[in-house]
Unconditional design. Sequence first.
Length: 364
Amino acid sequence: MKHENYYTKRNIQDIDKTNELLDCLPPFCQDYFLGIETRTSCQTRLKYAYDLRIFFDFPCKKKYRKKEIGDLTLEDLEGVTNSDIELFLSYLSHYRFNEKSLSCDERAKARKLSTVRALFKYFFNKGLIEVNNSAKVQTPKLHEKAIIRLEAEEVSRLLDVAESGNGLSRHATGYHDKTKIRDTAILTLFLGTGIRISELVGLDNDSFDFTNNSFIVTRKGGNKAILYFSDEVRYSLQEYIAEKSNDEKVPQNEPAFFLSMQYKRINVRSVEILVKKYSSMVTPLKKITPHKLRSTYGTRLYNETGDIYIVADVLGHKDVNTTKKHYAAITEDNRKKVADAVRLREPDSPAPVSGNDSGAEKDR
């Protein structure tokens, strides 16, 4: 089935990159990656490999200076103390890697610590190291971020700008004439279904069933899900299909639904740029990304249904607690809104005075 092609190709690329990184890691990491292969995705393992490449670079600079990363053994791993790992987390605040100056925020640090813990736990559980020092390290405190989303009026203006191109530079207007129908369809699909950017770029022509206003997406981990869209979304998508059918330059054998100006599958970076381009004209202070369009949809869906489980299912959250965490602020807003909904007295009515109170005054 053609729908598999994009994800199969992406997985092969991720596997190749992971294998390249494994060549730069200690030999015992091969055993670890084989051990987690059946319960992790290709993308997850690639992220682990990147994190471990940075982690093992640190002890070779600070603790085992006479060793290369490829020379490190499990004995060396066991010799990494919890203090060493805490120093590593501090080092991540500002460090140099591959001749680049980099930094990690608290969430990036927490993710790298999670990767390191998983490695230590794997070899500890197999009895190949006697001490799991990573378990003694506390996770960096994560400060809650306010959910940034578009208000209803901003959503309307965003779609209007994508359709009209009003406010674009003369240079950008020339490109806009060629991409406005596609760009509007992309924004409409984001805002009308809440799909992830990876799910959007992976859509194929045969992903859609317009009879039932539905389409199939590939979720994280490779699972498939059928989602539904409104007539408003259908109209925008079919307008884009009509434009492509009238364009002789569109390759007949190209399975991708959303195409770049080079008539190839549009990539993640191009979608991020077009979202930033239009949203910065509507709300420059909010720094809107495709994920924030997803949050906008999730917020509106929750406000309409009041059902956090429906929101979790539609957005593809495996754990409803993830959804609750992201949309707890909405619940708090609703609580504040209803604070004055129940009145104990009418605003202009005088407070009643009971006979007992009058008698009490006389007794005084």
